[in-house]
Design a protein around this ligand. Structure first.
Ligand code: HEM
Length: 226
């Protein structure tokens, strides 16, 4: 009996679905690819990574409405009061949570917006030499130059944001003793009994819906870019 209780307590709860985890790690790879190719002047490769990021974020926007509970925007869009509360308790250790806490929810929203805006600006940009984004023809040369400037600023801001994101995740792990990295890989997290009950009531949406969202995102990106 005791043994069963112990193993029940050690059992990890499912908190992230597969589509959100795949989105995260494919996005991370595409982001690194876009930064490295852009910095080294491999513009065709940069374009492919940029379009991939744009499509992934379109997918995430749809998944934020029809995906599983922990990925839904309405479940983690934080109130200013909750973000403040999270900030003043930032040094509090061993306080596990399901999905994003208020700060994580806020960071996710800002990252998603920036990861949408940056490639969107890039579509209209040019590199002053041979390369033009797929939508640059739709605007004047002067407008394209200005949008190229904005694309660079947005890319720098996004890079800083992602740097802060990785630093925050490491801070949660090393200082707050809250390992949020493994759940983003396995989807599962060890939780105290109360949160465990909450996690068991969470609704997970089938990956088939995620595939439909991805196809929808690819079609929208295709219509915009072709
Ligand atoms: C080694 C690198 C990285 C690690 C360890 C990491 C880890 C994580 C973790 C643990 C979360 C969940 C945070 C929470 O519980 O609130 C998360 C969310 C997120 N990360 Fe990362 N991350 C990494 C790199 C990146 C990169 C490069 C990007 C962007 C291009 C990125 C974008 C995001 C986004 C958008 C979310 C929100 C996920 C969602 O709700 O869909 N991450 N990351």
């Amino acid at each position: 009996m005791d043994k069963k209780t112990a193993s029940d307590n050690n059992e990890k709860s499912r908190i992230w679905d597969l589509p959100t985890r795949c989105f995260h790690w494919v996005l991370a790879i595409c982001f690194v690819g876009a930064v490295v190719s852009g910095d080294n002047g491999f513009m065709q490769v940069h374009l492919i990574f940029g379009i991939s990021i744009f499509t992934l974020v379109l997918f995430r926007l749809m998944w934020g409405f029809c995906g599983s509970d922990s990925s839904k925007f309405k479940k983690f869009l934080p109130k200013a009061k909750d973000i403040w509360c999270c900030l003043i308790n930032i040094r509090q250790k061993n306080k596990p949570h399901i999905g994003h806490d208020a700060l994580g929810g806020f960071a996710t929203c800002v990252m998603v917006v920036m990861l949408f805006v940056t490639p969107a600006l890039g579509m209209f940009a040019n590199d002053d030499i041979l390369f033009e984004g797929p939508l640059a023809e739709l605007v004047s040369q002067q407008a394209s130059n200005y949008l190229s400037f904005l694309h660079e600023i947005a890319a720098k801001a996004t890079l800083i944001l992602i740097g802060v994101h990785i630093a925050a995740v490491l801070f949660y792990w090393s200082y707050k003793k809250d390992n949020i990295i493994t759940p983003m890989i396995t989807g599962r997290k060890a939780l105290p009994p109360l949160l465990k009950k909450q996690a068991s009531q969470m609704r997970f949406v089938s990956s088939k819906i995620a595939i439909m969202c991805l196809i929808g995102a690819m079609v929208i990106a295709g219509i915009i870019l072709v």
